[in-house]
Design a protein around this ligand. Structure first.
Ligand code: NAD
Length: 464
């Protein structure tokens, strides 16, 4: 619903009532409705690939190839998987019963939750809006999507395309900023799925608590990369660069936030990162067409402020160039910044990559675990024991060994945070489950009635 008049709490109440009536009519529960909507979403991606790339270029200067692979391709993949598997996901899952209920049979039945709200951010504005919508539709819900006002071109394109391709009686888009989001948050939903920062995550959760509405919060954090010395350094650096700067110029929730390596190895690592960066983005990355810009002036100032501290800026070993008129900040590496500086205590969410050094790599565990739990954690190593320790000792939403970020493209893995990086997970079947209630169903017949369970509770029954 692309609205021209004020979207206030009364309008939000009407919207939810309308969607609840549609949900209660049962339309969205059928297999046919779910598949038809997902097929339309897939067609939307195919028909409008160029428009989507244009919108992402307008919002973020996102290179077309990144838009096609990281946003449109991911959405298409999720649609195709859901269309193929939805029949299986919808089937009741038979489970064993126990002696207590003998004779009986039991099943877990996935039922749609009802009317769900999805609030999405600006950094992957197409993928992070549509991917949860796919889960909500696959599970048979009615949906309101509130995309981010910070990526207006993509938000309005989504609103326009949903009108054209989807059943708008059941799937709506509300464009807007904080007032519109607050009007939506006042309503009673059956689930709220929020992607963004933890400060707003707390606002969402507090609003949801008033109605006992369950939430999924996909938040961020400081994603560490621990780098061992006996590795294929060139491949490691390429994968770090691709996860950091190739992922929206650092504006990605799972982008490497900082590196930890040994004092001894750090100079070699810095040198190799510099070489690969130059190979990817040339000698003047501010002119490169292959890297996104910072989304807006506020975020440009926020990232720049991380370098204001002289103790931090003096540690730049590569990059540091900025062009405010183009909202560009070059890939920047810093070595041995103070651990208590802003750049090491806040999520960077931009193109700066500090490196912290330690005497031995095992010391990195204490550094990572002393902060809030990150959304992802990466280790580059060939050492079996270190890999095992990393998986066992580091608490993070997800862990990748010898690569960065690509776990989110593995649909058999749940994607979500832990602690302050979020709660709940989605992707693949986890998306269907995220928007379903798992109803416990026990089937009994009239045979096998045991009088012992009924009063009067005689001594004889107690002794049995
Ligand atoms: P954002 O500013 O676009 O905000 C996200 C949504 O919250 C938007 O729809 C916005 O309208 C709404 N919002 C903003 N302020 C609000 C308020 N005061 N009250 C109600 N709603 C409000 O995006 P952002 O938060 O800057 O996104 C970046 C953050 O999101 C980073 O921390 C990043 O790590 C995290 N993130 C997480 C994931 C994930 O999958 N876990 C993905 C992307 C981004």
């Amino acid at each position: 619903m692309s609205q021209t008049k004020l979207f206030d709490a009364a309008a939000a109440t009407d919207l939810v009532n309308e969607l609840r009536a549609i949900f209660n009519s049962g339309n969205t529960r059928s297999y046919e409705w779910r598949v038809s909507q997902l097929e339309s979403l897939l067609k939307l991606c195919v028909d409008h690939e160029e428009d989507i790339c244009d919108a992402l270029r307008s919002d973020l200067s996102k290179p077309a190839l990144e838009s096609i692979i990281h946003e449109i391709g991911m959405v298409k993949g999720s649609c195709k998987l859901a269309i193929k598997e939805i029949g299986n996901w919808m089937k009741p899952e038979k489970v064993q019963t126990t002696m207590t209920s003998f004779p009986s049979s039991a099943a877990i039945v996935s039922e749609p939750l009802g009317v769900v709200l999805i609030i999405s951010p600006w950094n992957y504005p197409f993928f992070l809006s549509l991917d949860p919508v796919i889960g909500a539709i696959a599970a048979g819900n009615t949906v309101v999507l509130k995309p981010s006002e910070i990526s207006p071109a993509t938000s309005s394109l989504i609103a326009k395309l949903f009108e054209k391709y989807l059943d708008t009686s059941a799937v709506k888009v509300v464009e807007g900023a904080i007032p519109e989001t607050n009007a939506l948050l006042e309503q009673k939903w059956d689930k709220i799925f929020y992607t963004g920062n933890g400060r707003v995550g707390r606002i969402v959760m507090a609003a949801a608590a008033k109605h006992l509405t369950p939430v999924i919060l996909e938040l961020g954090g400081k994603t560490p990369v621990v780098v061992d010395s006996k590795i294929n350094l060139q491949v490691a650096c390429r994968r770090i660069i691709s996860g950091k700067w190739g992922g929206n110029n650092g504006q990605a929730c799972v982008a490497p936030d900082y590196i930890i390596t040994t004092k001894e190895f750090a100079p070699k690592l810095v040198e190799s990162l510099k070489q690969e960066l130059e190979r990817f983005y040339g000698t003047n990355p501010l002119e490169s067409k292959d890297i996104s810009r910072i989304v807006n002036a506020n975020h440009f100032n926020r990232v720049s402020k991380l370098l204001d501290d002289d103790e931090v800026s003096s540690k730049i070993v590569h990059g540091g160039e900025k062009d405010k008129s183009k909202l560009q900040i070059a890939p920047t590496i810093l070595l041995d910044v103070p651990r208590d500086s802003l750049i090491m205590t806040e999520e960077i969410f931009g193109p700066l990559l500090p490196i912290i050094t330690v005497d031995k790599l095992e010391d990195s565990f204490e550094i990572v675990n002393s902060g809030t739990k990150p959304l992802a954690a990466y280790l580059f190593s060939n050492n079996k024991k270190l890999k095992e320790q990393f998986v066992a000792c580091i608490s993070a939403g997800g862990v990748v060994i010898n690569d960065t970020t690509i776990h989110l493209a593995v649909s058999t893995l749940p994607f979500g945070g832990v602690g302050e990086s979020g709660m709940g997970a989605y992707h693949g079947k986890f998306s269907f489950d995220a928007f379903s209630h798992k109803k416990a169903v026990l089937y009994r017949s009239f045979v096998g009635d045991v009088p012992m369970r009924y009063p009067p509770y005689t001594d004889g029954k107690l002794r049995f």
